[in-house]
Design a binder for this molecule. Structure first.
Ligand code: ADP
Ligand code: MG
Length: 157
């Protein structure tokens, strides 16, 4: 059921998140605006996904993505957060993030400890890296979606 909407293309501005300190855990997540989140199919499963991402006209990198309920808004709103598997020199708030979701890893979970959460995310990242090297996912890296001519990028918001 989680696969029903895949592959899923999405483009939008990177906004400030909710200061849950992902960056301090070494796993920064680029958040989409509420408008972009609301453009997602309302019946898309929450959980952890993987796929490809690019910032502005930059290179295409592997990513893991969380679609989840946002405790900040008493779980009435979803959030969509992308961790790009790449080390960036600088933050990219305000830039246009393009993502292509190609696969699903697992549903949302609660963890008893911060250590358990971090190790689950590390496992998600390793799983995403492995899956994205398979031909069926790798071929989507070169999708035209990521190669729009400069100045022609339109955001969802
Ligand atoms: P916020 O709560 O504002 O989302 P985070 O701690 O989740 O803060 O950090 C996210 C920000 O970190 C992104 O908006 C982006 O500007 C920056 N960033 C740097 N490297 C990455 C990366 N590899 N993946 C995602 N975001 C990154
Ligand atoms: Mg974030």
């Amino acid at each position: 059921a989680a696969m029903r909407h895949l592959p899923y293309f999405c483009r939008g501005e990177v906004v400030k998140g909710f200061g849950r300190g992902s960056k301090k855990l070494g796993i920064p997540t680029a958040n989409f605006s509420e408008q972009v989140v609301e453009s997602f199919p309302s019946d898309i499963s929450t959980g952890i996904y993987y796929g490809w991402a690019c910032v502005g006209n930059g290179d295409v990198h592997k990513m893991v993505l969380s679609i989840g309920w946002n405790p900040f808004f008493k779980n009435t709103k979803k959030s969509v957060e992308t961790h790009i598997i790449h080390t960036f020199k600088e933050d990219f708030y305000g830039e246009i993030l393009s993502i292509l979701i190609t696969g699903y890893i697992r549903p949302e979970k609660n963890f008893d400890t911060l250590e358990a959460l971090i190790s689950a995310i590390q496992e998600d990242i390793e799983e995403a890296k492995r899956q994205l090297d398979l031909p069926e996912h790798l071929k989507l890296k070169d999708n035209n979606f990521f190669h729009l001519p400069e100045g022609k990028i339109e955001s969802n918001n």
